[in-house]
Ligand binder design. Structure first.
Ligand code: COA
Length: 258
């Protein structure tokens, strides 16, 4: 497959996947999600790959969320379809992969960006990273697993606050809440991710795969289906149309509860 939105490279047994839409802060449009599906499926199947490190191009963003410019035509049906496909083809593929995936969070990790990082098995953040789930500012809820994975990582109270306020938090706060495993300087970000990955890659590959499966079983949740239902409901509202339009027109949204 030819990639327009991501870069793939390999050093030794580590596969690097870099979201490469720097001018849009690496926002996840449909084409990027399709490329991520292919890239992760391929990496998990390739015997030469031991583990994957995912990061964003440029100094500013890991991923600033789903691409809001693609939201203008969404309704309840297509919203459900979009969330379901992203869950099954990208986020669950990463989370349930047979090889370790480390997110190197090099800046904004918002919405679908934080959801990507949370689907990974381990997160390392640079000290300038900002993390959050700002979907409610757009009139929707997180639809790529965020309501479940944030709750699993930081607990219900903090997840409720982060999701309902839509506030971004610093990398240091994310570390304090258990949302990221390590915080380092931007220069140390990839070396730290590589150090962790190289240690894991010395362990037995079949046991690594079993560890991922077993740890995931500890937090398996039927809440993902509820998230897709509620996301779909939100994409059918007037407030969602207003939220997406307001972002694209660079103005504050005015919500009316309809
Ligand atoms: N979808 C589409 N485009 C996005 C985007 C997204 N999620 N996030 C950023 N962009 C685009 C901007 O529209 C802008 O494009 P333009 O130069 O063509 O106008 C470009 O990326 C740079 O973003 P900008 O907003 O100018 O940068 P900033 O430094 O002022 O602000 C953010 C950075 C991350 C705070 C801001 O871009 C933002 O709030 N993004 C949306 C985050 C979000 O709500 N994500 C959840 C989506 S479900």
């Amino acid at each position: 497959m030819h990639f327009d939105n991501i870069l793939i490279s390999r050093q030794g047994r580590i596969q690097y996947i870099t979201i490469n839409r720097e001018s849009k802060l690496n926002a996840l449009n449909k084409a990027t999600l399709a490329e991520l599906h292919f890239a992760f499926t391929d990496a998990f199947a390739n015997p030469e790959v031991g583990g994957i490190i995912i990061t964003g191009a440029g100094p500013k963003a890991f991923i600033a969320g789903a691409d809001i410019s693609e939201f203008t035509t969404l309704d309840a049906n297509s919203g459900r379809q979009m969330a379901f496909e992203a869950h099954t083809k990208v986020f669950d593929v990463i989370a349930n992969g047979s090889k370790p995936v480390i997110a190197a969070v090099n800046g904004f990790a918002l919405g679908g960006g934080l959801e990507t990082a949370m689907a990974c098995h381990i997160r390392v953040a640079s000290d300038n990273a900002k993390l959050g789930l700002p979907e409610l500012t757009l009139g929707i809820i997180p639809g790529y697993g965020g309501t479940q994975r944030l709750t699993q990582l930081v607990g219900k109270g903090k997840a409720m606050e982060m999701i309902m306020t839509s506030d971004m938090i610093t990398a240091q706060d994310a570390f304090n809440f258990g949302l990221v495993n390590h915080v380092v300087s931007p220069a140390e970000l990839l070396p730290k991710a590589e150090e962790i990955m190289n240690k894991i890659l010395k362990r037995a590959p079949l046991a690594i795969a079993s560890a991922i499966t077993a740890v995931n079983a500890a937090t398996s949740s039927s809440g993902f289906a509820t998230e897709i239902d509620e996301f779909s409901k939100c994409t059918g509202t007037n407030d969602f149309k207003e939220g997406a339009a307001a972002f694209l027109e660079k103005r504050p949204a005015v919500f009316i509860g309809k």
